[in-house]
Design a binder for this molecule. Structure first.
Ligand SMILES: [Zn+2]
Length: 299
């Protein structure tokens, strides 16, 4: 009898301990807010804290999926707009796919994911497109003539829409500053930016764009002052795939999330030469996009 009571007590203690672990960390906040993100998925993708914080002091979480040897670097960003909840959810699903596809010890793609760039917008009482300072982060990147164009566009193109306020200065916000720092240090070969709800695929950059990702078809939407697509794709010449999911509050089905992912990989193979780079890396290595042959080995 005593033994059984002790066993029960022990079970309760273990449950309490695991509950309190689960009650902290990013998943405690993300899971109740994001669509189609189960606790197990969120925990499995093992988000890591960056040093950066949002306006309201929330951690900007990230996850690196790093191969033994890097041949290509991809930066994936979700929820630049805080009310596009599905975009963060899809980024989390893709982290799991990237991690599962990794072959230990092999050369390959170095993925860096920032699934929720605008946590204050996502986690506020009701989600907002803008950050806690009321700035549209996707208009806050330092594109050419930002001071002139972003003001003109905001006043005339959006009729002073508060949801599209570009901020007083480029990179005035900690969240955009953080992503800008990642572009400088990580030096991605490709940027994938996930949004909603227009249900299309947009593209900026110097290579042939993907025609489709899953059921999303290419329809180039336009170029905005201060947007990540404009800054990364036009100004820095790094291709930017902008995924506009069809619904901001619901993700596509899991099979569709996977199809989009596979189409992205296929396009990267065909148009960005990723497969060749991986094959080549088995015989040598790419350093800063330059081919360095492997040192001859005594076989
Ligand atoms: Zn958006």
């Amino acid at each position: 009898m005593l033994h059984r009571t002790l066993t029960r007590l022990w079970t309760v203690l273990i449950l309490l301990a695991s509950e309190s672990l689960w009650a902290t960390g990013p998943c405690a906040e993300f899971v109740p807010r994001l669509p189609n993100v189960r606790r197990a998925l969120c925990e499995a993708v093992k988000l890591e804290p960056s040093q950066a914080r949002s306006v309201q002091g929330r951690t900007l979480w990230m996850r690196d999926v790093k191969p033994a040897e890097t041949t290509f670097r991809v930066l994936v960003v979700g929820a630049i707009h805080g009310d596009e909840l599905s975009s963060a959810a899809v980024a989390l699903h893709w982290i799991q796919m990237a991690a599962q596809a990794q072959v230990p010890g092999s050369p390959g793609i170095y993925w860096r994911f920032v699934p929720v760039l605008n946590p204050d917008g996502v986690l506020g009482r009701s989600p907002t497109r803008v950050n806690a300072n009321g700035v549209d982060l996707n208009r806050n990147f330092p594109t050419e003539n930002w001071a002139r164009d972003s003001k003109v566009y905001w006043e005339q193109g959006t009729h002073r829409d508060p949801r599209r306020w570009p901020g007083k200065l480029p990179l005035s916000e900690p969240e955009s500053k953080f992503l800008f720092g990642e572009l400088q240090s990580f030096k991605p070969n490709l940027i994938v930016s996930i949004h909603a709800p227009f249900g299309v695929l947009d593209f900026d950059g110097p290579v042939v764009p993907p025609k489709k990702l899953g059921s999303l078809l290419l329809a180039q939407v336009g170029i905005f002052p201060g947007s990540l697509g404009n800054y990364g794709g036009v100004q820095r010449g790094v291709p930017v795939v902008t995924v506009e999911l069809p619904n901001a509050l619901r993700t596509p089905r899991d099979a569709e999330i996977r199809r989009m992912w596979l189409d992205l990989l296929r396009w990267m193979d065909q148009r960005m030469g990723v497969a060749q780079r991986v094959a080549a890396a088995r015989k040598g290595t790419y350093l800063d996009n330059k081919w360095v042959p492997a040192a001859p080995t005594a076989e």
